[in-house]
Design a protein around this ligand. Structure first.
Ligand SMILES: [Zn+2]
Length: 126
């Protein structure tokens, strides 16, 4: 019985350690900006064969200002284009109805894939 108990404890310790190693410690940032359709943008500027009227818009997030909880701004994220990670927290954000709105996201930036993970957001009309 004692051996089983300790085996369970050891397994739990490994599981917790494994979770800790895969969880990220990225800070939650305040990310201000707006959505744009990348397809429409490159169609307009470079003549890409976008067909948004048939296939829908491909929405990206353009940052205006990114800061941490202490108010420190990150200039390297200014005017950058990101993909929004699709999940339950972002599904209402990535919507054409938000194309003409100013959006403030509380979330994390994953530099490796230029993605934003949304925790919360709010939007206001421009
Ligand atoms: Zn479009």
């Amino acid at each position: 019985m004692k051996a089983i108990f300790f085996s369970i404890i050891i397994c739990c310790a490994f599981a917790i350690n494994s979770i800790a190693q895969t969880s990220t410690t990225l800070p939650v940032l305040t990310i201000e900006g707006n959505l744009k359709c990348s397809s429409c943008a490159i169609k307009k500027t470079q003549g890409a064969k976008a067909q948004c009227s048939i296939h829908g818009h491909q929405l990206s997030f353009v940052t205006q200002k990114v800061s941490d909880s202490n108010g420190k701004e990150f200039e390297q994220y200014k005017e950058q284009v990101f993909t929004i990670l699709l999940n339950d927290s972002s599904k209402d954000l990535v919507d054409e109805k938000n194309l003409s709105k100013k959006i403030t996201i509380k979330g994390k930036i994953y530099d490796s894939d230029n993605m934003i993970e949304v925790e919360t957001f709010n939007s206001t009309n421009l």
